[in-house]
Design a protein around this ligand. Structure first.
Ligand code: KG4
Ligand code: ZN
Length: 366
């Protein structure tokens, strides 16, 4: 079973071909980072236009990279939401057209469900270390932490289409906080990888940043206050201009900020594992590339099987969308040409296809 996945929810135009829901034959991505870099963040109108310009060649590249023809594809999976509406529409409408032209099923996938499934895909092995040619890995429930520029969500994953939301950020996503504090002190965009690199050279105890909501029993997050205390600390040092060129202070600020983020993420994961008596954890999304976080998970998670996808499957990609699409297809939840993009699509929508409800006979317009 070959599924073509299409992803365009934010600033990556991506297409991929995945076999049997696990084996990645191609993973083609056009990143818009260079386009948005000069604005210090994603500009929605520019992003949707760039998706339009890129999508044909990205899909063609995914097919040729997998050495397959469009006629070999059995179904098309696309990110329906959440995301930026102008961006989602490009992928959704393109997928609809392609599926209709080929007469093959159209599958709707929720973006965070894609991230939470990303440990199961790979070129040879998945992130649990199981060969991807092993078609039916025993599916044991795990705690999934999806952390990126758009989301910070904790979920209990019971099966490829069975997600139970456990917690969510109440304000900024963690990647967004990284990007904003980096922008504040002029480090460039996206800030996450830059802060991560500088943090390795700094003292994580130099500044005492708060660990928001860490002492609360729930599994929600908040990163906006942490971002503000970072800005206050920079003000005490004389403001962003005053610290330019002071490599030691910048590295210490980055290391201290990163230590706070890591303590919160690792602490909340530990709490979720304990509350649900589970010993499997997957950390996914762009922030899962963070070297400090990976090191902390390795040392602090005792007797826990931790899955960290390869970086190419952590940041936005279409292979994870095709992977979930395989299970949507197997469940029979196909979508039709009336499927629409949805900005705030819930995680629990993953198990459903999307078909317009048939009009009730005799019901008048109301
Ligand atoms: O998953 P992704 O590509 O897109 C979203 O769905 O948002 O994640 C991008 C986010 C950005 O905020 C970026 O700064 C962050 O992931 N990121 C990192 C690292 N690499 C990417 N954050 C912290 N450390 C990193 N090494
Ligand atoms: Zn994402």
């Amino acid at each position: 079973m070959l599924i073509l996945g299409i992803e365009s929810s934010c600033d990556e135009t991506a297409a991929a071909v995945v076999e049997d829901g696990r084996r990645v034959l191609s993973n083609n991505i056009a990143s818009q980072v260079p386009i948005h870099q000069r604005y210090g963040g994603v500009v929605p109108e520019i992003a949707s236009r760039a998706h339009l310009e890129q999508i044909v060649q990205i899909v063609e590249g995914a097919l040729s990279g997998a050495r397959v023809a469009l006629s070999d594809i059995n179904a098309i999976a696309v990110t329906r939401g959440p995301g930026l509406i102008g961006c989602l529409l490009v992928g959704v409408e393109f997928a609809k057209g392609l599926a209709a032209a080929r007469g093959i099923p159209l599958l709707s996938v929720q973006h965070i469900a894609g991230h939470l499934y990303s440990p199961f895909i790979g070129r040879e092995h998945d992130a649990w270390g199981v060969p991807v040619t092993d078609r039916a890995p025993a599916f044991e429930p795990y705690i999934g932490l999806a952390v990126s520029g758009g989301h910070s969500s904790m979920a209990l994953v019971r099966g490829p289409l069975a997600y139970e939301p456990l917690g969510e950020t109440l304000d900024d996503a963690v990647g967004e906080a990284y990007d904003k504090i980096a922008k504040h002190i002029g480090l460039g965009y996206p800030g996450g990888p830059i802060v991560d690199r500088l943090a390795a050279q700094g003292n994580p105890r130099a500044f005492a940043f708060p660990r928001p909501l860490l002492n609360r029993d729930d599994l929600d997050f908040s990163f906006s206050g942490l971002k503000s205390s970072f800005a206050r600390e920079v003000e005490k040092l004389g403001g962003p201009d005053a610290i330019q060129g002071n490599g030691k202070v910048i590295a210490d600020l980055c290391a201290s900020f990163q230590a706070a983020c890591i303590d919160v993420m690792v602490g909340k994961c530990a709490r979720a594992l304990k509350q649900h008596r589970l010993s499997r954890l997957a950390v996914v999304g762009g922030v899962a590339c963070n070297r400090g976080l990976r090191a902390a998970l390795a040392t602090r998670m005792k007797n826990i099987a931790v899955a960290l996808p390869e970086p190419e499957f952590c940041t936005d990609n279409a292979a994870m969308i095709a992977g979930v699409g395989h299970h949507v297809h197997a469940s029979g939840a196909h979508s039709d040409a009336t499927m629409n993009a949805k900005v705030g699509l819930e995680l629990t929508a993953s198990a459903k296809g999307w078909q317009q409800a048939a009009p009730t006979p005799g019901a008048g317009a109301s």
